[in-house]
Design a protein around this ligand. Structure first.
Ligand SMILES: Cc1ncc(COP(=O)(O)O)c(C=O)c1O
Length: 422
């Protein structure tokens, strides 16, 4: 360990970027809420797995034993990654969306007529549509509504839709459009007090801050590993008591208590697991602790994860400040989400609309100057509707993570300056 334990380690940004060879390409990537880049260690591990151990699990020959160990190690590391070791398991799958469907399908079997499911207008459709399906099983759907001006959520509005029939409250930790952080711990306590369970979509939070399922006491928490510097997979933490009450959808002869496998239809990506096992090398570097224990998936503990994400937050803070300051300087620009750059309030995912300029045109100007950003509803279709934003063309979204720089933001804002000033 280097430096003061209580101070976030602030790694040199050029050293950080050197871990991500793809950042040297022609386009400045400010579209990270769609997906992040992977460090070389993750890419190398996937390649090594494909070239050496790409065989089926559990057969008993050396490559098969190694592949089995890799898949198991990835699961154990993911448990520790979210501080969930001993209190639950992480289920892996092809995406957050598919895992939400698996979960909703399993919960559907336990629904009694009149059970209430609370869904949230702020959510990505991945954590809405699958829950609306439960109406067919007799569930009553209640909506946690947003403020139509700000898109924000209020705890009083949640309170008003909770009842003794509440079974599930499905909501986002961060909206992938607004970038605003929801107080998961407080929401979870309120839902538990009503006798329900929470299903948190942490996809837009996970690239920026450490997930702490133990502190927040959540029942289910999902994220996408491909947005957190890893391979294209999804992950769902499930607390033992919450998942233990459900029947998993995998084949009948797989025992109910074989969790997570009972919920991993057809198994998981083995090479993806190899990539996940390499992630601690990046985290250890960011945490300023490159000891072999910190960099190894078997021993990398939650403290290293926390320190790595603290470092990411410190790197992101000036980037989001600058982005908000430069965009906010234009009278015709409306930021969709908090204006504050405070890292306790928001992450570095910033959306906007312009009074007269079409989002498609703004993105076109940026892209032709070598800046990768996007426009659209970002699958937060219902949020756009509530905020009176036409889902097509939607908003312009600029999304940075720790490896982006203030000068990249300045470059983009310089390119857009004249157009946004109109
Ligand atoms: C907030 C949020 N939730 C859920 C999803 C869906 O994740 P996946 O692509 O892993 O299904 C996304 C994807 O962009 C997202 O941004």
């Amino acid at each position: 360990m280097t430096g003061n334990e209580n101070m976030p380690h602030l790694p040199d940004i050029e050293a950080v970027r050197a871990h991500f060879p793809s950042l040297a390409r022609e386009t400045v990537l400010l579209e990270n809420a769609g997906g992040s880049q992977v460090p070389l260690c993750v890419a190398d591990a996937i390649r090594d797995h494909l070239l050496n151990d790409y065989v089926q699990l559990g057969a008993g020959y050396p490559a098969s034993d190694r592949a089995t160990a890799t898949v198991e190690r990835a699961h154990r590391f993911m448990d520790r990654f979210v501080n969930g070791e001993g209190i639950g398991r992480v289920i892996l799958g092809s995406s957050c969306t598919s895992l939400m469907h698996v979960l909703a399908h399993s919960i559907a079997r336990t629904i009694r007529p009149g059970d209430e499911i609370v869904v949230c207008q702020q959510g990505h459709e991945a954590n809405i549509g699958c829950w609306l399906e439960l109406e067919r099983h007799g569930a009553v759907i209640r909506w946690w509504r947003v403020n139509p001006e700000s898109g924000s959520l209020a705890l009083e509005d949640l309170e008003s839709v909770l009842s003794e029939r509440t079974r599930i409250v499905a909501f986002p930790h961060v909206s992938n459009l607004l970038g605003e952080i929801v107080d998961v711990q407080t929401v979870t306590a309120m839902v538990h007090a009503a006798g329900g369970q929470v299903v948190v979509d942490g996809v837009a939070y996970a690239p920026h801050r450490a997930i702490d399922v133990r502190a927040w006491n959540v029942d289910f928490y999902a994220w996408s590993t491909y947005k957190v510097y890893g391979p294209h997979m999804g992950a769902l933490f499930a607390r033992h008591d919450a998942i233990g009450a459900l029947e998993g959808p995998n084949h009948f002869f797989i025992p109910e208590d074989e969790i997570p496998y009972k919920f991993e239809l057809g198994g998981v990506s083995h090479e993806g697991c190899a990539g996940l096992c390499a992630l601690p090398r990046l985290l250890a570097f960011l945490a300023g602790d490159e000891s072999s224990a910190a960099a190894d998936a078997e021993t990398c503990d939650f403290k290293v994860v926390q320190r790595a994400f603290d470092a990411m937050t410190s790197l992101e803070a000036p980037v989001q400040e600058r982005l908000l300051e430069r965009l906010g300087a234009h009278q015709s620009v409306r930021i969709i989400g908090p204006l504050s750059g405070d890292t306790a309030v928001r992450v570095s995912t910033v959306s906007m609309v312009h009074a007269t300029l079409d989002p498609r045109r703004i993105v076109e100007i940026a892209c032709s100057a070598g800046f990768g950003i996007r426009h659209g509803h970002m699958y937060a279709y219902r949020l756009c509707e509530q905020m009176q934003i036409a889902p097509v063309p939607g908003v312009v979204r600029i999304s940075a993570v720790h490896y982006n720089t203030v000068s990249e933001v300045d470059g983009l804002c310089d390119v857009l300056e004249e157009s946004l000033a109109l």
